[in-house]
Design a protein around this ligand. Structure first.
Ligand code: AMP
Ligand code: MN
Ligand code: MN
Ligand code: MN
Length: 291
């Protein structure tokens, strides 16, 4: 029997991807995947359209999200799967996170003004589907208005870390993100754990996983385009050790990043059985389950 393959980490134009929600589902169909999770940064704005297209094409679309949380030395992104994404408390929680981004964007607009570049938040908002404006959207607008010739120039001159218009983002705590996901009936999973900034399997790494587990974390993204094969192997062993569910996804962003749709590491593939495990976890805890 053909294996049922999945990609549980996909971005759309609702955050910093470059394909619409409907188009990522078409890509999934073309790639022969049976299931994808739409996991935009801090928004579920792309889910409805993706699920509608999924029904039409026979691709299961899991409601997901990727929430950025405070962490040093690396990045900590928490994925939420099988969320009741229309839950009002969940929507409110995401809206608060989105307003942090808006405050940051206002500061970037002011910094740009100080170096003679006048753009407005309203102009920026017109370049985004969900008002999820990232530095990518700033870079695009700077190009469109002729201030820079390329995205690279926009980051090198203005938007990159340490440059005149760089403003650090304020992030929520991991405990907050996990609680938000869990209270909306979802499963909380650590995204691309090898990007935490610690070697996988190091003492610091394991201590962090232990802490996240006490906060309610239930899974690790074992397969990822960001992981090498030996990191994935070690992460799989860690999921066993901590009783966590493995997941995997490409972190596809369209043309924004050079990641192929469905690519989750050399020779790796995400079996549908891992999704079934998440569904059983939800049912087992008698959490309510909606698409
Ligand atoms: P933000 O979430 O606002 O920090 O923006 C993140 C987005 O900016 C991502 O989509 C990246 O692809 C893009 N980005 C960040 N750093 C760079 C860079 N040095 N060159 C090009 N794009 C970048
Ligand atoms: Mn991104
Ligand atoms: Mn991420
Ligand atoms: Mn991502």
């Amino acid at each position: 029997m053909m294996k049922k393959l999945c990609d549980l980490h996909v971005h759309t134009t609702h955050s910093d991807g470059t394909l619409s929600s409907a188009d990522v589902v078409c890509e999934a169909k073309r790639a022969g995947l049976v299931c994808i999770a739409v996991t935009d940064h801090d928004t579920v704005g792309g889910i409805a359209e993706a699920q509608q297209e999924g029904k039409r094409l026979g691709v299961e679309v899991i409601a997901g999200v990727e929430i950025s949380t405070e962490f040093s030395p690396g990045v900590m992104h928490i994925l939420g799967y099988l969320i009741e994404w229309q839950n009002p408390e969940f929507e409110k929680g995401l809206a608060e996170i989105q307003s942090d981004r808006r405050r940051r964007n206002q500061k970037i607009v002011e910094r740009l003004k100080q170096v003679g570049i006048h753009i407005s938040l309203r102009e920026l908002e017109q370049t985004s589907e969900d008002n999820q404006i990232s530095r990518l959207h700033f870079a695009r607008l700077l190009m469109k208005k002729g201030f820079v010739g390329s995205r690279k120039e926009a980051f090198d001159k203005y938007l990159g870390s340490g440059k005149p218009a760089y403003v650090k983002r304020e992030h929520v705590l991991s405990s907050h993100a996990i609680k938000l996901i869990r209270s909306a009936g979802g499963v909380a999973v650590l995204a691309h754990p090898a990007c935490l900034g610690f070697p996988v399997e190091s003492e610091e790494f394991c201590a962090t996983i232990e802490r996240l587990k006490t906060e309610g974390l239930e899974g690790l993204e074992v397969y990822s385009s960001a992981h090498k094969a030996d990191q994935a192997r070690k992460l799989m062993a860690i999921t066993d050790r901590f009783g966590l569910v493995p997941t995997g996804g490409s972190d596809f962003h369209g043309d924004n990043k050079t990641i192929d749709f469905g690519y989750v590491g050399k020779g790796a593939s995400v079996p549908y059985e891992w999704i079934e495990r998440m569904k059983r976890m939800i049912l087992g805890e008698k959490r309510s389950l909606k698409g």
